[in-house]
Design a protein. Structure first.
Length: 209
């Protein structure tokens, strides 16, 4: 594949302790991405990470809604919200990046999910598309045209980050071997791939780079 290092960025989505096996919102085989993504990073000049970073009173936590359990649906910020176990709380070990993930070459980290009133799957905007992390402007300022997305979880934060990247005009590639799905429903990962393809996001593997 022909690609320009100067105008390309790798976005590593939410590779945090709570999303790997043993974490509060574990993704099956999530830890298997670490060596894949450490290798990938070597191919990029611009590497950016996103971090799910919730206050303890976040509205996406079932525990903050009396009588509700993870998996229940509520209304939050005018949107249907799937309720999660408490995860990625600011200052907790679960919110920290996986210890084996190489971080030395990162250009920037964008935190999201800090507003308790709304969830935020994408690294660009909250789910109501009101709050903006600044990631889009950051990439444009750096002259980035091509965005490569990897990390956790395919059917939530990876999908919405890739869709927003595409909608902002970046040529967007999803790295299929460098992501895993939560699969609340068994087909969710497959459906996410299909939705991204329909949106014009290209699906590639790290071997293609
Ligand atoms: C995520 C659910 C809740 C993710 C974050 O990183 O995919 N999923 N918060
Ligand atoms: Zn979250």
């Amino acid at each position: 594949m022909e690609w320009n290092k100067e105008t390309s960025a790798l976005i590593i989505v939410d590779l945090q302790n709570d999303f790997v096996p043993g974490g509060a919102l574990e993704v099956t085989q999530g830890d298997q991405l670490i060596p894949v993504i450490n290798d990938l990073q070597k191919k990029f000049k611009h590497v950016i990470a996103t971090q799910d970073f919730h206050p303890a009173d976040h509205g996406s936590f079932a525990a903050n809604h009396p009588g509700k359990n993870p998996g229940d649906l509520i209304q939050l910020a005018g949107l249907t919200q799937y309720l999660w176990p408490v995860h990625c709380v600011q200052g907790s070990r679960g919110a920290e990046f996986h210890p084996d993930l190489d971080k030395v070459c990162w250009s920037a980290v964008f935190q999201k999910g800090k507003n308790p009133e709304v969830d935020s799957y994408s690294g660009f905007f909250d789910n109501a598309r009101k709050g903006n992390t600044g990631l889009g402007d950051y990439l444009k300022t750096k002259g980035i045209e091509h965005v490569f997305v990897c990390g956790l979880a395919l059917d939530y934060c990876v999908k919405y980050t890739a869709l927003d990247a595409k909608s902002l005009g970046f040529e967007t590639v999803l790295l299929v071997d460098a992501t895993r799905a939560v699969n609340v429903n068994p087909q969710d990962g497959e459906l996410a791939l299909e939705e991204m393809k329909q949106a014009g996001i290209r699906l590639k593997t790290s071997q293609d780079l």
